[in-house]
Design a protein around this ligand. Structure first.
Ligand code: SF4
Length: 309
């Protein structure tokens, strides 16, 4: 059995990126936002200052192991436990990764630090940048993202606007639609107006399909998603329940524990994952998970989601 890694995980099948090898260069919930829909739990490490949370070489060592093992992947994606641009080693890491792989490097970010010239330059190096845009004005921004006190909506917007004009890679914006919070037709028309200022390749429209940190941040209806796609000309992400998972760890229970450190899995995802691996005693794995001291089960919209405590 291969040992679990600390910073590199997957590859995880992604509708957008194929087999996506994940890198999480930050401790759990180090973030400059405390979004109401966050699936990672409360932001207990609120910070707006990039830090060298771990040496770049530690992450590269793990990446080199993956390369040496020959595991195929289609993209390298920065995401995971919090806001990746808060890792002060990100620029050096991307430069080093690009020496090692020709695969695209994608960065999932909230975009709040694009007004910092160092972070701006770092983002320019990635092949795909996926910033979130959830506020169309100061009030909606604060209500949904609950940013660090030093973050100013106008600054974030101006920086993203500039970035969208200069960035040579793929810019995929992502909007989180939340029932009763930002999904009225009036809200959608405000987003339409707001989003016009950015040059983007795609707009993805998401909704909280996994248990959010605030129980009032609920997913929108299918009809609402269709309305948003029509008004905003975006792509709806509604297949989250069907996403598969993969792991290089041979022990099934360990593999699930490793994946849930980054991505909570619901019961269907776990079952699908185990079936794919030809596990013949799926109920036993569920029994072990239910009694595991590290696992917390959250019941949301009729589905059990398993996440690390
Ligand atoms: S959703 Fe992303 S940006 Fe928002 S609090 Fe969670 S980790 Fe931070």
């Amino acid at each position: 059995m291969k040992k679990a890694m600390n910073y590199v995980y997957g590859p995880i099948p992604s509708r957008r990126l194929g087999q996506s090898l994940g890198i999480s260069p930050i401790p759990k919930k180090a973030c400059n936002y405390a979004c109401i829909y966050c699936m990672l739990g409360p932001t207990d490490k609120m910070t707006n200052t990039p830090q060298m949370f771990m040496p770049v070489s530690d992450i590269l060592d793990e990446f080199d192991q993956v390369l040496a093992s020959g595991i195929p992947f289609d993209a390298v994606t920065f995401a995971g436990d919090g806001e990746p641009t808060l890792y002060a080693g990100l620029k050096e890491l991307i430069i080093e990764l690009k020496k090692r792989t020709k695969k695209p490097i994608a960065l999932i970010t909230n975009g709040a630090l694009l007004s910092d010239p160092e972070v701006y330059d770092t983002c320019m190096l990635a092949d795909i940048v996926m910033p979130s845009v959830n506020g169309y004005d100061e009030a909606s921004f604060k209500r949904i993202n609950r940013p660090h006190g030093d973050i100013d909506f106008e600054q974030v917007t101006l920086a993203l606007k500039k970035f969208s004009r200069q960035y040579p890679g793929l810019l995929w914006l992502e909007l989180m639609l939340i029932k009763g919070i930002n999904d009225s037709t009036e809200n959608l028309l405000k987003y339409q107006d707001f989003l016009h200022q950015f040059y983007m390749d795609k707009l993805y429209i998401n909704t909280p399909v996994r248990p959010p940190v605030e129980s009032f941040a609920q997913m929108v209806t299918h009809e609402k998603m269709l309305e948003a796609m029509d008004i905003l000309k975006g792509i709806g992400i509604e297949d989250a329940y069907e996403n598969g998972y993969a792991s290089e760890i041979s022990d099934d229970l360990e593999a699930i524990l490793n994946i849930t450190q980054r991505h909570p899995m619901n019961q269907h995802e776990i079952e699908h994952f185990l079936k794919k691996r030809n596990n013949t005693n799926i109920e036993n794995i569920f029994r072990l998970l239910r009694s595991h001291p590290k696992i917390k089960i959250v019941h949301y919209r009729g589905i059990d989601t398993y996440r690390i405590k």
